[in-house]
Unconditional design. Structure first.
Length: 135
């Protein structure tokens, strides 16, 4: 998770905003990949939170740690591929890619379906995202 955050720079985006941001990079902006990745990432991140905040273990949750780690490694690899494929030359270029993906007509319905109370739709009016997109 730390490597993914270091690469994708969600900065102060937390909770659902964070998962949306990372999923935009991990999916490469692909609508079908975004929808499945967001759901999977949300579930895996909940496991991470239980480990970090509640002191649980994979075993105590009845999970196989290797499977959980493989998902996160795959997500990191997908994010790296997006950065390589898109050839971002600045942090701003990368951020604009993620934001454009999240507000694109094909992906917006998946963002809306999240039905989160943690961000406002459309994302162009959400304070967390608009502050994150400031130069």
């Amino acid at each position: 998770v730390y490597a993914i955050d270091a690469l994708c720079e969600p900065d102060r985006l937390r909770g659902d905003r964070h998962r949306l941001w990372i999923s935009a990079f991990g999916s490469g902006g692909n609508e079908a990949r975004f929808a499945s990745l967001l759901a999977d990432f949300d579930g895996h991140y909940a496991v991470r939170n239980r480990i970090v905040h509640a002191g649980e273990t994979f075993a105590s949750m009845g999970l196989v740690g290797e499977e959980q780690c493989q998902f996160m490694q795959g997500l990191l690899a997908s994010c790296i591929l997006t950065f390589v494929r898109e050839g971002f030359s600045t942090r701003r270029d990368a951020a604009q890619f993620a934001f454009d993906a999240l507000v694109s007509p094909p992906i917006t319905p998946h963002v809306t379906a999240m039905a989160s109370k943690h961000f406002k739709m459309p994302l162009t009016t959400d304070k967390g995202f608009t502050e994150h997109m400031q130069p």
